[in-house]
Design a protein around this ligand. Sequence first.
Ligand SMILES: O=C(O)CCC(=O)C(=O)O
Ligand SMILES: [Fe+2]
Length: 291
Amino acid sequence: MASTHVLVDGYNAYHYTRNGKKGDGVTIFVSEGIPSKCLPVESDDQLENPWIEAEGKEEECRGFRAYLEWYVEAMTRVGEELLRLTAEAAGIDPDWFRPIFAADGGDRSGGGDRSAGGDRSGGGSISVLRLLRYPRRDEPACPAAVDGDYVLQCSEHTDSGFLTLLSTFHYGGLQIGREGEGWLDVPPRPDALVANIGDMLGRFSGGRFKATVHRVVDCGEDRYSVPFFFDPSWDAPVSCRMPFGNPHLSARQSAEGGLTYGHWLLGKILQFAEFKDILTDKKEKNTEEDQ
Ligand SMILES: O=C(O)CCC(=O)C(=O)O
Ligand SMILES: [Fe+2]
């Protein structure tokens, strides 16, 4: 892909659906992201330079871009460090996860020196930063978007990748689901990140780490949050298992089957309302091409 950061969609108004998520007003910012072959564009040129450029506000726009690029780098470093610590705690090579974020998706033989946040031009990590706004909702967007006294803004789900690093500023509204304990509020802590475990870390660890079930409820005011989804490369095998206590088994050796993260992810996110329109057509085309 020509640019490393692609703004897929400036501002979307989506409505809560039973299987979908999110209220109105979602800005999606993709770092490297979904390969263009999966998006409804004819060529990569259509994805070039989609950064906001407002006449008379050139400096602010440049600053906005520079800040977000810096933020993506910083979150990538935090994600890498957390996975290194996870590997160390599991008694495996601290860099064990590294090739899964590289362009070849887990093949150590050609991995070179690409880290999760290093050379991202070659199809490495498809981490995503999203800037979210949930307008205050006194009434649910649809009858299904309530739970007792709560108005739901984003339905119960787990995130797909390894880790989600989330800034929620001073806003409440995020809840995590714990078996036997129901929904627990995550108190907002300015200057702190919430780290949620995603499906991949859950799978890779054979369930020793559990993907965090969470949802967002209306907090009585417009709410902003910024999740960074720390995701492996499109080609990473999803059937990899961390060889707890065996520092010599590489990611590739411990993969059992052929399903890649990208294809697994497409299958999952097509359940969400906001992706249905932008991905469905292309997905069908891809499946044909891939066969
Ligand atoms: O807005 C939040 O605090 C959480 C957002 C979320 O769970 C998601 O985008 O997957
Ligand atoms: Fe989430």
